[in-house]
Design a protein. Structure first.
Length: 355
């Protein structure tokens, strides 16, 4: 749901594929004709990576997304939304619908239509080898004449013959990553995982992000990431939670099953990569002893129904963006966006028979 998200579908390794053409040269007929000669395959005969789509087609995809997203959001139409969103973004948008539906009608904000500003959009369309599933990234702004402030990923859904947005990240800075572009303005896709040419891959970045939340970066987070606004904010979320309830309760973060393991990566001008990935974590709040209770807030009503709880376990789905170097240097988390997608917990004793 755009914009904003309150707080992908596939893993795209770089495939190498070359189709070589062998030409057989035959001489004149006769006994003295030279033996057939083979032409050595050259770079010119290899299948070259081609753009996943044209810039004009990418803009059409973005325009279609804005139009249908508005139509779906107006009535919280999940089926219609499913035609333009997938992966973690769809899960986040549906949770926003659910949260809104948990509010009394008088407390729901009226929906305001919006659109992405194509004039300021920055497209990162990768060249892909034969057989790779098609995708592209875009730096976008939902405000006219404003510099892009978020990175989105669109992926083709071949079975439905359409493109859908699968991820979007709000950036901490309007200074965009320096993605390497060729003479024609196209980017180069690189492997997001198991890439020996990068200081960190998507799996390690995801582990580091989770560590920022769960330990404040004590283990992996501070080793993988250089301090940035985004990484510092995650560490602060952890430290604030530790003292949130004083001696009356606890608030603990943890990793959990992550359905969204797909990651996308583009080569940057320094030989490194811009990596876009997702993670899922939980936050469990609990009272220190009986006689205390946690009272759900208005945004929790859809899941907790105003029933006081002994503990509450929240689940968050998040999209993350990081720049990684080709050297053994720390990576930089440049933005992340999260949405609560679930909440549950045991009611206090006096409510158990009613909940």
């Amino acid at each position: 749901m755009e914009p904003p998200i309150r707080t992908a579908r596939r893993s795209l390794p770089l495939l190498t594929s070359a189709v070589c053409l062998t030409l057989t040269l035959t001489g004149c007929a006769g006994e003295d004709a030279p033996a057939p000669a083979r032409k050595t395959p050259s770079a010119d005969t290899a299948a070259k990576p081609v753009p996943s789509l044209s810039a004009a087609q990418a803009r059409d995809v973005i325009t279609r997304y804005s139009k249908i997203n508005n139509e779906a959001n107006a009535d919280r139409n999940r089926r219609l939304l499913d035609t333009v969103e997938d992966g973690p973004l769809y899960a986040m948008s549906v949770s926003d619908y659910t949260e809104t539906e948990g509010l009394p009608a008088k407390d729901r904000d009226p929906y305001k239509p919006w659109s992405y500003d194509l004039a300021s959009a920055k497209l990162y369309i990768p060249r892909l080898a034969a057989g790779q599933e098609r995708w592209f990234a875009a730096a976008l702004s939902s405000e006219k004449d404003k510099a892009p402030s978020r990175l989105a990923v669109f992926a083709e859904q071949p079975q439905h013959k359409r493109w859908e947005m699968v991820s979007v990240v709000d950036l901490d800075s309007q200074k965009l990553p320096d993605v390497a572009l060729d003479r024609e303005g196209y980017a180069t896709a690189v492997a997001a995982n198991d890439n020996k040419h990068l200081a960190a891959d998507a799996d390690l970045l995801r582990t580091a992000v989770l560590d920022n939340f769960t330990t404040g970066g004590t283990n992996t987070g501070s080793k993988v990431f250089a301090p940035t606004k985004a990484s510092k904010r995650q560490v602060k979320v952890h430290s604030d939670a530790a003292t949130r309830f004083g001696d009356k309760g606890t608030s603990v973060f943890d990793g959990t099953d992550n359905r969204f393991t797909d990651a996308y990566a583009l080569k940057t001008a320094d030989g490194g990569a811009l990596v876009l990935f997702s993670h899922t974590h939980t936050q469990t709040d609990a009272v220190a002893h009986s006689g205390l209770q946690l009272n759900p807030g208005k945004d929790d009503r859809a899941w907790l129904h105003n029933v006081p709880r002994m503990s509450i376990r929240y689940t968050f789905v998040c999209n993350d963006a990081a720049t990684v170097t080709a050297k053994a240097e720390p990576s930089r988390l440049i933005g992340y966006t999260c949405a609560r997608t679930d909440a549950s917990g045991p009611p206090v004793a006096s409510w158990s028979h009613r909940a």
